[in-house]
Design a protein around this ligand. Structure first.
Ligand code: CP
Length: 310
């Protein structure tokens, strides 16, 4: 694998390899003296055609901690605004001899299109409804560290499953690692034939929560609705909001997760999001830096003349 465009196509042992690689960076980040500058001399371009806080900053921090020269291209300030095409933008980045390119784009497949045009590894930082692979890896790492394993865990993913690249990448990685995955959404926000993903669909959040080990909440992606019927904010909170009372239906030690950004009071109540023992939301952000360090390191190994990954 030269690029990381998605979890699809990765074997379970490759997912586990990236998680194992990330473990060393969790510890090293807590004790900064232990981070070596193995990417020194490499140029990393983060090309973000869509807004981001966590993914952009953690890819930037990850590259800098490993010694790369990191430059960010924000589409809003770029020549994309003057009508430059995605392919012309890719060719331009390539001509600058980037050693690794990280891309976020609102169109599904845009990252693969760029990967096909450039000479260096490309990492998908989220493309449309398609995939957000580093999010799924950081979620898997968080679950493994907090629950001891991923296999056999009952993971409930609740929200806008239809439009969510986070849900899609997580369904792929968690089923590959033998978790039991339940997905919950209003019927208009549930993809057709979702069972083919190896998950069990529910329209009742209360039923899905029975015996849950992990509850992963997603945001309603209003920017992607395209006319799909969605309940009012109040109705959505009533039916699909994670409240302390509803969390009682899950296991007493169930973990609460959210990729962010959160809409407090809609899909999750603040007292749950901020729960000192149950919530893993800030830990997810911490794991995000470690996972992105691992992905940048592993995917640039060939450029650095060392063996890549299986
Ligand atoms: N989870 C996530 O992708 O957050 P950002 O959109 O802030 O990067």
């Amino acid at each position: 694998h030269r690029h990381l465009t998605g979890i699809a196509g990765l074997e379970p042992h490759q997912i586990l390899f990236l998680l194992d690689e990330a473990e060393q960076w969790v510890e090293a980040n807590r004790d900064r003296a232990r981070v070596d500058k193995r990417l020194a001399g490499l140029t990393q371009i983060n090309a973000f055609f869509e807004n981001s806080t966590r993914t952009l900053l953690s890819f930037e921090i990850a590259g800098k901690r490993l010694g790369a020269d990191v430059v960010n291209m924000h589409a809003a300030q770029s020549s994309v605004k003057k009508g430059e095409t995605l392919i012309d933008t890719a060719v331009t980045l390539n001509a600058m001899r980037a050693d690794v390119i990280v891309i976020r784009h609102s169109s599904s497949g845009a990252v693969q299109l760029i990967a096909d045009k450039v000479d260096c590894p490309v990492l998908n930082a989220g493309d449309g409804w398609h995939e957000h692979p580093t999010q799924a890896l950081l979620d898997a790492l968080t679950i493994r560290r907090r629950r001891g394993s991923i296999a056999g865990q009952r993971v409930v993913i609740c929200g806008d499953i239809l439009h969510s690249r986070v849900a899609r990448s997580n369904m792929l990685s968690l089923t590959a690692l033998a978790a039991e995955v339940r997905v919950v959404a209003p019927s208009t926000l549930m993809p057709a034939a979702i069972e083919r993903m190896g998950v069990t669909p529910f329209t009742s959040f209360d039923k899905a929560l029975d015996g849950a080990d992990v509850v992963m909440m997603l945001r309603l992606q209003n920017e992607r609705m395209n006319g799909a019927y969605i309940p009012s904010t109040r109705e959505y909170h009533e039916l699909y909001g994670l409240t302390p009372e509803r969390l009682e239906r899950a296991r007493p030690d169930a973990l609460v997760m959210h990729p962010g950004p959160m809409n407090r009071g809609i899909e999750i109540t603040s007292s749950v999001a901020d729960h000192p023992e149950r919530s893993a939301i800030t830990e997810q952000v911490e794991m995000g830096v470690a996972v992105r360090m691992a992905c940048l390191d592993v995917l640039t190994r060939r450029e650095r003349g060392i063996e890549g990954w299986a």
